[in-house]
Design a protein around this ligand. Structure first.
Ligand code: ATP
Ligand code: MN
Length: 464
């Protein structure tokens, strides 16, 4: 079924063109003069195409006048300059094929305002709304832009495993992968579950990050990135955490923290610029309907320089702010969202790269600074979101790394392959992780991360 995207019909094609479009009915209005006006959306752009159907069409009385929202149509006709405001052309139908009717009494997506909460309960149909169609187009454009950015800079795209035996973050947020019978697992003589008899003859998990494996490829190929689904059993119900999200992780050999921070800034600017140029209509929609600071914030990011500040300086500024913090922030405490937002929204009013955190609150793989108490870590903070990127220079010195792993209670033997990188031709290297959904929250202004991924997985919720 050859069809023209509505986007193309509305923007590119001359009046007089004969085309076929296919899509889903948004609204129908029948006038006394023997016409029906149908707005048809096919997801190719925000706008719908107005179809004018004349009573002379053979199925006018039997089908067209009783069309309702959600029905699917294939319409052949001629584009005509439109007398109506806000659209260049409309389609005068010569044939309207009704492929699937939609029962008006039960179709959940009616032409009226629906709450985000309600739409999450009909996630299989919410892509037919303006908001979720726009999110999907942005998500796709940004995914493409991610590949473009790295490919054009000589990074190799590598596929790191989804099932892994290593716990990168060491934070106990892992989903176990097993094929054992949960009701009756094999047991060791002392009564524990015997994972020796499991599929992989060991305990395995869904990955929380592709970083450790990406490091191995960076230390052979120079510059690599991985981009894929990531799983964290965070039992916190927040508007910024999903149990399944998509993370982009570049990793670079011969790179230090400064180079890492520079790449992160360039990367965010690239993504924002692509959104502003390729998804202008979507952004205007979000700016009007969701959050009226979105476009200004994005333009600020694209054009301005990010602020840089160390953790130690940040703690001093937070103390001096005179604010009452829900989480007090003495040196050594972890920075919370309230602090992140103060720094980026109020103190600087632009993105902030926060560096050199206390080593004690950061994972074992981050490089220990010469002061012996901070690590070469960085987080990039943006307004409204807080942390959008987390990264670091990695510890490349075998003894220092082994010492940190031992004191974190890790078994060196389990990470033999990771330590080998430091045994054979070690090299300074660095990388970071960007959560695609946090980026989409920033770009769309949507407050809840459940609304920027098609099927959100959160505690107690994995429908569809
Ligand atoms: P946070 O402190 O916000 O929980 P984190 O420090 O645990 O995040 P990292 O391990 O640094 O996160 O992961 C890198 C990036 O991945 C984060 O900066 C964020 O953009 C994204 N991210 C992390 N956890 C989640 C999650 N549960 N849902 C969505 N995105 C996430
Ligand atoms: Mn982080």
């Amino acid at each position: 079924m050859e069809r023209t995207p509505v986007r193309q019909a509305l923007t590119d094609l001359a009046a007089g063109s004969e085309i076929t479009v296919g899509g889903w009915v948004r609204t129908v209005r029948t006038s006394k003069g023997g016409f029906s006006f149908i707005t048809l959306n096919d997801g190719s752009c925000l706008a719908s195409l107005q179809i004018v159907a004349d009573e002379k069409l053979p199925n006018y009385g039997s089908q067209i006048v009783s069309l309702t929202a959600g029905a699917s149509l294939l319409v052949r006709g001629k584009l005509v300059e439109s007398p109506a405001k806000g659209q260049r052309v409309e389609l005068h139908a010569t044939e309207v094929a009704v492929l699937g009717a939609a029962d008006a009494a039960s179709y959940p997506i009616q032409p009226k305002h629906h709450t985000y909460e309600f739409l999450r309960t009909v996630a299989h149909l919410r892509a037919r709304t303006n908001t979720f169609g726009a999110v999907a187009r942005l998500r796709s454009a940004l995914s493409g832009a991610i590949h473009e950015f790295f490919q054009s800079r000589g990074f190799l795209y590598i596929h790191t495993p989804i099932i892994t035996a290593s716990d990168c973050e060491g934070a106990g947020q892992l989903f176990r992968v097993t094929s054992l019978d949960a009701a009756n697992p094999p047991r060791t003589p002392d009564g524990r579950v015997d994972f020796d008899q499991d599929f992989f003859a060991r305990t395995t998990y869904l990955t929380v990050s592709g970083q450790l494996e990406a490091e191995t490829y960076a230390c052979a190929l120079g510059k690599v990135y991985t981009f894929g689904p990531t799983f964290r059993a965070e039992n916190s119900n927040t508007p910024r955490h999903l149990a399944e999200f998509w993370m982009v992780e570049p990793e670079m050999a011969f790179c230090d923290l400064d180079g890492d921070a520079a790449l992160a800034e360039e990367f965010l600017k690239h993504l924002v610029t692509i959104a502003l140029t390729r998804c202008r209509q979507e952004l205007e929609f979000f700016n009007e309907q969701v959050e009226d600071s979105v476009i200004a914030a994005l333009e600020g990011v694209a054009g301005g320089q990010f602020a840089r500040i160390t953790y130690t300086e940040a703690v001093q500024r937070l103390e001096k702010s005179g604010r009452h913090w829900t989480f007090p922030i003495p040196w050594g405490a972890d920075i919370q969202t309230e602090h992140e937002r103060y720094l980026t929204e109020e103190l600087f009013g632009r993105p902030v790269i926060l560096t050199d955190y206390p080593a004690s609150i950061k994972p074992f793989y981050m490089r220990l600074n010469d002061d012996g108490r901070t690590a070469a870590a960085m987080d990039v903070l943006v307004p409204r979101i807080g942390e959008i990127i987390g990264g670091s220079q990695r510890e490349e010195r075998l003894e220092v790394l082994a010492e940190r792993m031992t004191s974190a209670g890790m078994k060196l033997d389990d990470y033999r392959w990771y330590l080998d990188l430091r045994r054979y031709g070690t090299v300074p290297h660095a990388g970071f992780g960007l959560g695609l959904e946090r980026m989409l929250q920033f770009v769309t202004g949507l407050a809840n991360i459940r609304d920027v991924i098609p099927y959100p997985r959160t505690p107690r919720s994995a429908e569809f």
